[in-house]
Design a protein. Structure first.
Length: 344
């Protein structure tokens, strides 16, 4: 073999070696382990590749490699959502995951919120939509009109529970999901029970909202519900203190603290004052949870018409069939609360 041929073969071998090394390096960069830890990233609707790189920075060996591969694969517009990253994931899998928008649903939860604003604030901490957008969506005139709701009653379509949805769910889609879940909640069984009580769905939830505020004890709620239903059947005013507190907060603001309902409060002119008016108030006074709704639909059967906070079993109530017995309970409670120095 001539020296020239040996030279050519040598050069060729070097080229192949360099090509192999470069190829292996790029292969490792693209398909090797790049994600250093498990975690989640939240991509907002206005995020760009540049901001996405910042989100990814804590998870990658070299975020610049991600930007380089994204450009090669013509991935220029991130899709909003929550994405789970797994340790040792390759850049190629990561880019593909984000490019096709293969996000993971989030689980949102909320309990019995006092107001629509409280609900919106709670939800905005769990999805991309902000609280103002959620309030606006829930109080949209067309939505309310179509579903025969009012601003004060729209809270009733939100049944406290856990729900799976995408993090970038819009305020409107969240609202529509709540309406769908509300209809799903009202099974034929629940509807039949409401009809047997001669109550509409809204009336059940309104009464449940009073029961919810009246007692925090779940096992006591069917008893309280039965008491109020006894009053309704006999056309007695409910005389529910939670409705007076609702009236006071309407008058003085939601931050107004009420530790004790006074006699003068019972005279406030309001359709929500169940001391001055018979029947149920116009709408719910807060969001009841499922246990309170089911307590109304499955009330305890008894002859109680009166209730008063217990002084011996704090957090519970003393129930009475007669006004005489109730007055004794009430005097005991008034003395106890006065000793505690609670005047408002």
């Amino acid at each position: 073999m001539t020296k020239f041929k040996k030279y050519i073969l040598g050069i060729t071998a070097v080229v192949f070696l360099i090509t192999g090394i470069v190829g292996a390096t790029y292969y490792q960069k693209i398909f090797g382990k790049s994600v250093v830890k498990n975690g989640a990233i939240y991509i907002r609707s206005n995020d760009t590749i540049t901001t996405l790189e910042k989100h990814l920075h804590p998870f990658l060996k070299d975020p610049k490699d991600f930007t380089w591969l994204a450009q090669k694969k013509k991935f220029t517009t991130p899709k909003a959502g929550m994405y789970l990253l797994k340790k040792d994931m390759s850049l190629n899998d990561l880019v593909n995951l984000l490019r096709i928008g293969q996000q993971t649903p989030v689980k949102i939860t909320f309990n019995n919120q006092h107001t629509l604003e409280d609900l919106a604030s709670r939800i905005s901490q769990q999805i991309e939509a902000d609280s103002a957008a959620i309030v606006n969506a829930m109080t949209d005139a067309n939505f309310l009109s179509t579903n025969k709701l009012q601003v004060k009653s729209v809270l009733e379509i939100s049944i406290p529970n856990s729900y799976e949805l995408y993090w970038n769910t819009s305020a409107e889609k969240f609202r529509d999901r709540m309406l769908k879940e509300y209809h799903r909640f009202w099974t034929q069984s629940r509807l039949k029970k409401a009809a047997k009580l001669h109550l509409t769905k809204s009336e059940v939830i309104t009464l449940a909202s009073i029961v919810q505020r009246e007692t925090a004890q779940k096992k006591e709620r069917p008893i309280v519900a039965g008491l109020y239903l006894n009053r309704l059947k006999n056309n007695w005013p409910l005389q529910a203190d939670p409705t007076i507190i609702y009236v006071l907060k309407e008058k003085y603001g939601n931050n107004f603290m009420v530790k004790r309902v006074l006699n003068k409060d019972l005279k406030i002119d309001s359709p929500y004052n169940t001391y001055k008016n018979t029947g149920l108030p116009p709408t719910l006074i807060g969001m009841p949870d499922i246990s309170s709704i089911d307590a109304v639909l499955n009330p305890a059967k008894h002859n109680y018409f009166y209730m008063c906070a217990s002084t011996s079993n704090i957090g519970f109530h003393e129930f009475a069939r007669s006004l005489t017995q109730h007055n004794r309970n009430a005097v005991k409670y008034q003395r106890w609360i006065s000793k505690k120095g609670i005047h408002r």
